[in-house]
Write a protein that binds this ligand. Structure first.
Ligand SMILES: [Zn+2]
Length: 89
C-alpha cells in the first residue's frame, strides 16, 4: 500500500500519464480508502480537465473582424445620437 506522501508525489506524474500501470493501480487502491488523497486527486484531475478544455480560447480572425466592425458601428451610432441636439431650455 502506498503512503499518502507517495500518492501525492505521484499525482503530477499521474496527470501527465507518465506512470506505470501497477503504480496507477496502487494509487487507486489508496484513493479508495483515503478520503484526503481522494479529495486531492479529484481537485487536481478536475483542474486539469478544465484547463485542457479551455486551453485554446483563440478567436478566429473573421469573427474578430466582425466584432471590431460591430464595435465601430456602436461608436458611430453613439456619435450620431449626440450630434442631433434637441432644444433645451
Ligand atoms: Zn492518503
Amino acid at each position: 500500500m502506498m503512503t499518502c506522501k507517495e500518492v501525492l508525489e505521484s499525482l503530477s506524474e499521474f496527470v501527465d500519464e507518465d506512470l506505470k500501470a501497477d503504480v496507477v493501480q496502487a494509487m487507486h487502491q489508496h484513493i479508495g480508502v483515503c478520503s484526503e488523497c481522494r479529495a486531492e486527486f479529484d481537485t487536481l484531475t478536475m483542474t486539469i480537465k478544465l484547463y485542457r478544455h479551455y486551453e485554446t480560447p483563440q478567436m478566429p480572425a473573421p469573427c474578430h473582424d466582425r466584432l471590431v466592425k460591430v464595435l465601430e458601428l456602436e461608436k458611430m451610432k453613439k456619435k450620431a445620437g449626440q450630434s442631433s441636439s434637441g432644444s433645451e431650455g
